[in-house]
Design a protein around this ligand. Structure first.
Ligand SMILES: [Zn+2]
Length: 94
């Protein structure tokens, strides 16, 4: 079982973010909400990132990959691989 860490959001310092890896910088869903809403033009990527909002709320990893894509317009093979795995896990849970 993965260990979940609870860390205080680095931006608002109000909300806690649950991560399963220790990272030095975490941002909560509320702080990233607006950025996550940005439009994706590539239909293939749009489909990939078209997930229930709840999942993005729950997973800082899913958020981080989407935000990376929105910022750089691309993601690495590894990110894609882990993203798909994370999505499968969410599917199993729901
Ligand atoms: Zn925050």
């Amino acid at each position: 079982m993965a260990v979940n860490f609870k860390q205080l959001c680095n931006k608002c310092k109000k909300n806690y973010v649950v991560t399963n890896y220790k990272s030095t910088y975490v941002i909560c869903y509320d702080c990233q909400k607006e950025d996550l809403k940005k439009e994706i033009k590539d239909p293939k990527m749009k489909k990939l990132f078209d997930l229930p909002e709840e999942w993005y709320k729950e997973s800082s990893f899913l958020r981080s990959v989407k935000l990376y894509y929105l910022k750089f317009g691309t993601i690495t093979e590894k990110q894609l691989e882990y993203f798909k795995k994370a999505v499968d896990k969410m599917k199993e849970k729901s």
